[in-house]
Design a protein around this ligand. Sequence first.
Ligand SMILES: Cc1cc2nc3c(=O)[nH]c(=O)nc-3n(C[C@H](O)[C@H](O)[C@H](O)COP(=O)(O)OP(=O)(O)OC[C@H]3O[C@@H](n4cnc5c(N)ncnc54)[C@H](O)[C@@H]3O)c2cc1C
Length: 404
Amino acid sequence: MLQELKDLEPFRADVRAWLAANLPADWQDKMRGASEDEHVAFQKFWFRRMMEGGFGAPHWPKAWGGGGFSFAQQIVLYEEIARAGAPRLILYFIALHHVPATLLEWGTEEQRRRHLPAVLSGEEIWCQGFSEPNAGSDLASLRTRAERRGDRFVVNGQKTWSSNAHHAHFCLLLTRTDPKSSKTRGITYFILDLKTPGVTLRPIKQITGASHFNEIFLDDVEIPAENIVGQENNGWAVAQSTLSSERGLTILELAERMRVGFELLLSDAQSPAPAGGRLIDDDEIRRRLVDVHVRIQALRFLVNEMLMQVLRGGKAGVEPSIIKIYYSELLRDFTALGVTIGGAGAQHLQAVLMGGGNETGYWMQDYLYSWAWTISGGSTEIQKNIVAERGLRLPREPQPAGAG
Ligand SMILES: Cc1cc2nc3c(=O)[nH]c(=O)nc-3n(C[C@H](O)[C@H](O)[C@H](O)COP(=O)(O)OP(=O)(O)OC[C@H]3O[C@@H](n4cnc5c(N)ncnc54)[C@H](O)[C@@H]3O)c2cc1C
């Protein structure tokens, strides 16, 4: 371990003690099968409490009300959050990560003053309106059109898969303003107030029964020009700042949560057998348990290696893509094993644990959701393209004509 991390042992003890004193012990019981309103209320409560403890926005600069934590402090904090099995602040994910990464680099002073304090007070929840029915991996082919009319823009089009838009107040919106330029050049980035007339949200019901994301329909929606982030037609560059914030320390938290989740799986495998369940006296189960255990350790080493590289002043290259591929495949096999061990009881869909991690012990739900990880934040195939082209310097895949 680096000296920098060793020196943080007193800080680790403080975080651990704070979590022990402040995390409601029964939060999982309360959030299992909770309604959307109960989920939102609990997320707000937990965010407020984390802010009071000084841990709600560790990566934000102090000047904007954040913790101004060093990278090493953030590593320790996320390890402890995962270890304690605290809720994930998923409702505030875009507001806490994507919004500051975007506005601090590209926003006007007025935009920062209006929105950043409101995020930290818990008042503003945000969503991201990038993907469209025909623009996901190939985001630059987005078609939602924004036309200038004096000091306003009139927007028409459709966004999809927008996580938590049904709880959000504002949206980070990508539109096409110059259809004649090459794909990446004619894009403009806006802040959209979701209360604007012409905005219609439709939640999408998932296979788990939850409705985590939404379609957003935009019909003659007027957005003032002052809501442009960056410059007109320069939205592609702004979007890169937004997306870069997705590949932060979240992965460390996920790897730690998986280590903790494995203990749960191991204990399930040694409990009295549920109907149709299979336990550690079964050779195949033993083999799969060891396989998952070895891969969790390997994941932790990979994540650790990447973090140490950054701590030593280097940059994470294609490692986040490698880790994302590895994590998603491991999560799928890990949760599938939970379903096998759980037998008949794990075959049906238990109530969703709102705000839980990805390995909550509700194995069928966890397993079904694990597939989302092979798609969100850039699918496995796209990550492989990144590793091939940027990491191994293999020839680029052919671009369709007109690609910018
Ligand atoms: C849980 C979750 C949350 C999300 N939240 C948001 C959100 O808040 N806001 C938002 O804007 N979007 C969000 N998304 C959407 C996400 O960004 C897209 O689903 C993702 O970019 C893939 O796009 P697509 O679904 O259109 O699939 P497509 O791009 O159509 O891909 C279909 C298949 O083709 C493969 N493929 C595509 N291109 C290539 C290629 N060049 N080479 C090899 N294979 C390829 C893909 O890997 C995939 O298997 C979310 C998605 C998920 C799963």
